[in-house]
Write a protein that binds this ligand. Structure first.
Ligand code: DSN
Length: 421
């Protein structure tokens, strides 16, 4: 049973309806550990599926290029006010379609083609749009990359400073997609100030933790903050850019008309709903539980001999280097998926293997925390991961674990869908 229900889809397009139903069941039955995913609330689903998808609203509230904005303007203004209140920022733009377009808008706001940008190298945990070579940001800008320390696996702040002093980037990114530790926004801000760079904090992964007070905030440190809205923040697929008042115009102009056309108003409404949820008292508890689960799972995995990058976690994310287990990330991730445990293979720092066949696994605890799993479940989860990684070609073990995982999750409701009685 979908909530909201899908009677028209089921009646009119059974092919798609069947696949949506199958996907809901898959999400219900799998232990979802992809660090960038979550389950949104029925209220967020309703807003996302509303008639707002029918509207065009190029421009900003009070300054649109289309008529009929009597309802869209207040929706977007509410989203903006909620973002500003939740993150303690002076300006918010809720129109970026997703994380990569949001980050591209940062380039457009602050850089000219060929200018120097500095970000965490992708295989060390950065993001494509922080200047990686295959991204437009690496092709159209002079990208220099910092890394993590070989001995700690943590961002090498000495290298960040030395590189910034040598290369004088116009823009410095902090944040990324596979960083298991707290980001020191104050230290990045000091380096940016010393070298005259704009500091952009990409908090896509940790936005929900920041909102819930479970991770320090970049507000007051970064000139601009970029985030998606669908990871730990538990909103719809979308993004936001936040900044100081000084940079508000540049950010807005870069998003529209610089990079995008009409905002996706249904997404804007769903972002507003998610931001209201994130401001509620339950969300701070949720954010703390995400971190508690990640710490408990990391501890249980380490006890079983897994080699964790940085030795553990401060946030929602765990990065496992499987080298000592004699199996690569991809076959391990595929076996775990068959065993009902969904995650992604990932590079680890200094990975001798390729990004498409790397040495690691990335785990995140946002979605399982939404399902109500707690620290007490983490040793069992670690045991399943251990068993499947050790027997990744033994389909009997894999099928047994898949059944056990299904049984565990049957007792934990999923927002947006319940199995037929
Ligand atoms: N693809 C996202 C992630 O999984 O981290 C980042 O864009």
């Amino acid at each position: 049973m979908h909530q909201p229900a899908l009677p028209h889809l089921t009646g009119q397009d059974p092919d798609i309806a069947d696949l949506v139903e199958a996907e809901a069941r898959r999400q219900f039955e799998k232990i979802r550990l992809i660090a960038s995913e979550n389950y949104v609330s029925p209220a967020v689903l309703e807003a996302t599926g509303s008639v707002l998808t029918n509207k065009y609203s190029e421009g900003y509230a009070g300054r649109r290029y289309y008529e009929g904005q009597q309802n869209v303007d207040p929706i977007e203004l509410l989203a903006i006010e909620r973002a500003k209140g939740l993150f303690g920022v002076e300006h918010a733009n809720v129109q970026p379609y997703s994380g990569a377009p949001a980050n591209l808008a940062v380039y457009l706001a602050f850089l000219e083609p060929g200018d120097t940008v500095m970000g965490l190298s992708l295989p060390m945990g950065g993001h494509l749009t922080h200047g990686w070579s295959v991204s437009a940001t690496g092709k159209w800008f002079n990208a220099v990359r910092y890394g993590v320390r070989a001995d700690t696996g943590r961002v090498d702040m000495d290298q960040v400073r030395d590189l910034a002093l040598k290369e004088r980037p116009k823009l410095i990114w902090c944040g990324g997609t596979a960083i298991p530790r707290t980001i020191d926004f104050a230290a990045f801000a000091e380096i940016a100030r010393e070298t005259g760079a704009v500091l952009a904090a990409d908090i896509a992964h940790i936005a929900g933790l920041v909102a819930g007070g479970a991770h320090p905030s970049p507000a007051g440190h970064a000139d601009v903050i970029s985030t998606t809205t669908h990871k730990t923040l538990r909103g719809p697929r979308g993004a936001m850019l936040m900044s100081t008042a000084e940079h508000a115009k540049a950010v807005d102009r870069a998003v529209f008309p610089g990079l995008q056309g009409g905002p996706h108003d249904h997404t804007t409404a769903a972002i507003a709903v998610a931001l209201r949820e994130a401001a509620g008292p339950d969300f701070a508890l949720y954010a703390r539980r995400i971190v508690a689960n990640a710490r408990a799972l990391a501890g249980a995995l380490a006890e079983r001999g897994f080699d964790l990058v940085t030795g553990g976690t401060d946030n929602h994310l765990i990065l496992i280097d499987l080298t000592n287990r004699g199996v690569a990330g991809k076959p391990a991730a595929q076996a775990l998926d068959r065993a009902g445990i969904e995650l992604n293979y990932n590079t680890v720092p200094f990975d001798p293997r390729t990004p498409f066949d790397p040495s690691g696994l990335r785990i995140g605890t946002a979605a399982i925390t939404t399902r109500g799993l707690t620290e007490k479940h983490m040793p069992r989860l670690a045991a399943w991961i251990d068993e499947v990684v050790g027997a990744h070609d033994d389909e009997r073990v894999i099928a047994r674990v898949a059944g056990e995982a299904r049984d565990l999750l049957a007792a934990h409701p999923m927002p947006g869908w319940t199995p037929a009685p």
